[in-house]
Design a binder for this molecule. Sequence first.
Ligand code: BGC
Length: 464
Amino acid sequence: MEFLKELKANALVARTAVIAAIGGFLFGYDTGIISGALLYIKKDFHAGSAAQEFIVSSLLLGAVGGALLSGYLADRISRRNTKIISGTVYLVAALGCALSMNTGMLIGFRALLGLAVGTASFVSPLYISEVSPPRIRGGLTSFNQLATTSGILVAYLINYLFKDFAENWRWMLGVAAVPGAALAIGMFSVPKTPRWLVEQRRDDDARDVLRKLRRGSADDDVDRELDAVRRSVESSRSARARDLLTGRARPLLIVGVGLAFFQQFVGVNTIIYYAPTILQQTGLSADSAVSQALSVGITNVVFTVVAVLLLDKVGRRPLLLTGTALLTVALAGLGVYFAVPALRDSAPWMALVALVLYIAAFAIGLGPVFWLMISEIFPQTLRGTAMSVCTAVNWGANFAISASFLSLAGWISRSGVFWIYTALGVVAWIFFSRRVPETRGKSLEDIQEELGADTEAEREPKAA
Ligand code: BGC
């Protein structure tokens, strides 16, 4: 395959992307592990339902904070150094969670972990997209999403394997310290991104890094790439954060925030975290519900691999639109299934088929495309800030959906919730088809030029 061939030719970039994607792995692992760990924590700490909810949601709220704080850090101290900090915080917070003596401590350390998760969730794709050659940027940046889905799957497996250990939840939460340390240490061995270096007016360093990253390319090609980066940095140097609200960058922010919102409001984490509960409602025993839920985790990983291989071949839009259409059909299927009681006896397989279809469709489209797109569409000097806003919206929406699913299902019925998600899936599809641009194969600089996100400062002299 073309992508794999290119990957071989760009071994250093591939290694760099894999190290950066450890951030994505931790994002998946730490969000996925808690459903299993909670079963034991609640016994040990005699935690009531409010305390349990806080243990789960403190991470999500911490992630909103992490996303907002680290946009500034990523621009200020570099994407790489921000990731070193986030790896270190992962390490400390994972150990803190594992050693917590009471609910309060655990909630505090989960919130700290959230800061690291929120940071890594967007600095990883940001970093990878800025070191990737345009031809394989889609697949490479989506390594991070592949790592996230693998982290969720490993969390499912660890939940299962550690179920008979004494003090098992401490191990479940504590082992994340290992990849946390690997992230912090590994990031020391990879370079700062050439684009960030140019922004800091360190052009010579940027050229050195780019030469290493494009080993095998002619010096002229490297210089040409660097010139384009320079031009685009210069043209967006006057950009201010407020241009995201008032300048021509605003439509791009609407695209990013729309993707962030819909990625969560089609209910993906309801499916991921409540898959065993949903399957149990179909009449399965707890054990078979848990093992069938594993197929959801495996499908998620497998179809993310498909996305990695296809994103640079067929493009972002076709995968996003096809994926969103299919997941909407799956949601309607779940709506029908729960609305018609007879189906539960005559066709219990229908729920599993719909869940698997849903997650496969999410994994080839909206899952990777959201993170990829927000790393591509914004002007260079606003990229960190804009991504942090979109990421904060995504985590906020994740919190709203995760916190509301069970009570909403009690209130308007399970099928009612799936009908709402179906309707949101339709609106999402229309929004994506009208607003989301195609970025396949283009350099970040060409994208910036095409999307023409100028700024107030640039427009003022023209108007005078
Ligand atoms: C989403 C997460 C979700 C994961 C599932 C990510 O792209 O942002 O909220 O849990 O995909 O694969």
